[in-house]
Design a binder for this molecule. Structure first.
Ligand code: ADP
Ligand code: MG
Ligand code: MG
Length: 252
C-alpha cells in the first residue's frame, strides 16, 4: 500500500534543516502501523511530506502509494489517489459550512475515481449516520469547519471526514493528543470501524493508551529522522514503561 524508502527531507528555511534522514517503512494492505518517538524526531514532518505540504523538500528517497510515486503528485491528487491525513492541529475554515465542505470533498473524490456524485439525499443520509456514530450533533455539521470546535470535536470531525472519504491509506498524526478518555475511545472506535483488508493505517502517537484501543500490527520508533526499532505492540508497552532512553541507547 505504502512504500517509503530511504526518505530524506528538509524544512525549507534559511538554514534548510534536514529532518528526515533515511526513513524506510513498508505498509501492506489491511495493516495498522504505529509510529512513536520523542518530541522533535520528525513524526509530523513525515505526515506533512507525505501530504505534500509546502515548505518541505525531499532530497533523497521515495514514497509510493500502490506503486505510484506520491511525491510527484499535487496534494489534491494524493487525496484522490486514496491518501488521507488527520493532522495534529486540524485547520479551521471560517465561512465554509462543515456539511458543504464534506460534500465537496466527497464529490471531488468520487469524480477523481470516475464515480457519479452522491445525490443530496444520499449524502445527507450517510453523513448523518456516520456523524451519529461519532457523537457529532447536527449543529456541528452546520457550523464552519472546525471554527470554535473543542480539541475533541476537531478530532472527531477529522474521523468523520475520513469515514466519508473512504481512503485507502489513513495517516493519523497524534489524533489522541488533548483528548479525554471518552473522546479517545470514540476516535478509536471510529478508526476501528474503518479497518478492512484493503485499507491501511499509520497511527502516530505519543501514548501507548491509544494503542490499547487501536491494536497495531507493527510499532516503529522514530528518532532523529529515522526508524531505529520496529516490533509488535509490546514495543509500545516498553516505551510506556521505560521511556525512550534504553531504545535510543541500544540503537546508538
Ligand atoms: P515531532 O512531530 O516528532 O514532534 P516534527 O516533525 O514536528 O517532530 O519536528 C521535527 C524537527 O523539525 C524538530 O526538531 C523541530 O524543532 C523542527 N521544526 C519543525 N518545524 C520547524 C520550523 N518551522 N522551523 C524550524 N524548525 C522546525
Ligand atoms: Mg531549500
Ligand atoms: Mg508532531
Amino acid at each position: 500500500m505504502l512504500e517509503i524508502n530511504n526518505l530524506h527531507a528538509e524544512l525549507e528555511t534559511d538554514a534548510d534543516v534536514t529532518i528526515l534522514k533515511g526513513l524506510t517503512l513498508s505498509i501492506k494492505p489491511g495493516e495498522v502501523h504505529a509510529i512513536m518517538g520523542p518530541n522533535g524526531s520528525g513524526k509530523s514532518t513525515l505526515s506533512y511530506v507525505l501530504s505534500g505540504k509546502d515548505g518541505y523538500s525531499v532530497t533523497a528517497g521515495s514514497a509510493m502509494l500502490e506503486g505510484v510515486d506520491l511525491l510527484e503528485m499535487e496534494p489534491e491528487e494524493r487525496a484522490a489517489a486514496g491518501l488521507f491525513l488527520a493532522f495534529q492541529y486540524p485547520v479551521e475554515i471560517p465561512g465554509v459550512g462543515n456539511m458543504t465542505f464534506l460534500r465537496t470533498a466527497v464529490n471531488a473524490q468520487r469524480k477523481a475515481r470516475g464515480e457519479e456524485e452522491l445525490s443530496a439525499g444520499d449524502f445527507l443520509k450517510e453523513v448523518r449516520a456516520k456523524a451519529k456514530d461519532l457523537q457529532i450533533d447536527a449543529d456541528m455539521l452546520k457550523r464552519p469547519v472546525n471554527v470554535g470546535f473543542s480539541g475533541g470535536e476537531k478530532k472527531r470531525n477529522e474521523i468523520l471526514q475520513m469515514a466519508m472519504l473512504e481512503p485507502k491509506m489513513c495517516i493519523l498524526d497524534e489524533t489522541d493528543s488533548g483528548l479525554d478518555v471518552d473522546a479517545m475511545k470514540l476516535v478509536a472506535d471510529g478508526v476501528n470501524a474503518l479497518r478492512s483488508e484493503n485499507r491501511s493505517f499509520l497511527v502516530i502517537t505519543h501514548y501507548q493508551r491509544l494503542l490499547d484501543h487501536i491494536k497495531p500490527d507493527f510499532v516503529h520508533i522514530l528518532a532523529d529522522g529515522k526508524i531505529i526499532k520496529s516490533g509488535g505492540p509490546e514495543l509500545a508497552l516498553e516505551v510506556e514503561n521505560n521511556g525512550y532512553a534504553d531504545i535510543l541507547a541500544g540503537a546508538a
